[in-house]
Design a protein around this ligand. Sequence first.
Ligand code: NAD
Length: 497
Amino acid sequence: MRQIDHHIVGGAGGASRFGDILDPNNGGIQARVALGDRAVLDRAVAAAKAAQPGWATTNPQRRARVMFEFKRLVEANLNELAELLASEHGKVVADARGDLQRGLDVVEFACGAPHVLKGDYTIGAGPGIDVYSMRQPIGIGVGITPFNFPAMIPLWMGAIATVVGNAFILKPSERDPSVPVRLSELFLEAGMPEGIFQVVHGDKEMVDAILDHPDIGAVSFVGSSDIAHYVYNRGVANGKRVQAMGGAKNHGIVMPDADLDQVVNDLTGAAFGSAGERCMALPVVVPVGEDTANRLRAKLIPAIEALRVGVSTDAEAHYGPVVTQAHKDKVEGWIQKCADEGAELVIDGRGFTLQGHEKGFFVGPTLFDHVTADMESYKEEIFGPVLQIVRAPDFETALELPSKHQYGNGVAIFTRNGHAAREFAARVNVGMVGINVPIPVPVAYHTFGGWKRSAFGDTNQHGMEGVKFWTKVKTVTARWPDGSPDGGNAFVIPTMG
Ligand code: NAD
């Protein structure tokens, strides 16, 4: 059986524990992954420690050149990488290409490191005094990533962490670890020194070893909220800089004047694409007014019924299987729960099977109407191909729903009314807002991050926020007196006045 090993300096070494890598399209086990422990981490950290000072003093233009070359290599291998990614995750190959491309967008941003690392300078802040600041790397940083974007999220973190001069250790999801390993191989091929981008695999044991390791200065985590919260608390308690992105339940508000054909097109993609396994999916739609709700529902039903669920390699499929049998059971459990709570089950995706792939982890598209804010199935993240309609009588109620929800990752409003859109964007209590944009993932040179239980810590992913997360600012105040005594009183706090 194929085995995925740690990609660290000196070789993977033996492993005593393994995790199963499933085949979402067919069921069963397709490979196994070594699950590491503190001893494996210690080896990776030792290699990182040895390599990092030389990398940090390599000039930023040369570090950026590695990013340019890495980007070229990923592009040259895009199809192979997308197919590998899809085979472990279950998303369709075209979507897997998008996963890689969104990661490459951040690599492109990292290519501009020489520019973004320029510090501030004030000449003549006082007599003979200049002040300047510089951004220095943290040292050793770690990324702990979820299964649903096995290329994009490791690159959000790893490209910026390394280009600013850190050594980076990636602990990807143990469910789809092959692409992260391929990316680390391509970094080496692109000219990155050994020890600067390594991959260790594992579960809670490895994560705890990371959080407790004294030589690791920063941890960036993306995953579910309870674990994000745990990682944040334990990492911060150990003196690390931590950012920890969590789960989501994004709402799409549909105003009465919205173009409903466009909305239905956007919604089906955003709710069911990648089988709903996206933290920026739109699993809740909030039509404003009964008439909007009825018109939207009438258009949504045939559009959802027309969706094609297929294997990842089916070029015609809109989405593929969910990641594991356990996750399929969980999603179907939420469908039962939502029905039990009194919502109207309009389209039931349970019991869906695909001919020839009867053991695959497929869930058919599911639609609920008359979902209410007090239902558990509304409050919690389902992370599957399930769309819930929550009817709102007016704009204020629609604004309140995402604003009061425990998660605050993304939200969208569909309208032709600029004033309503502007008002909504300014007042909604959510981190990323789309105006007629169903999945408002910001471009790489802006920054990604939610609010409330969708993110713990103060700094977002990528863009300048990413540069800030992976660096420390040092400010130098330099005085070059002209030789004449200044007669100042050394016993009071110096001022420039
Ligand atoms: P997960 O929380 O199960 O796993 C994330 C990481 O944590 C993995 O590397 C995993 O090995 C590790 N982990 C798992 N259990 C652990 C434990 N008990 N202690 C310590 N570490 C543990 O998440 P997932 O199922 O892989 O990913 C889906 C979740 O990620 C969803 O909730 C989704 O919304 C969220 N997500 C959030 C964002 C965002 O930016 N906010 C982006 C993508 C995914």
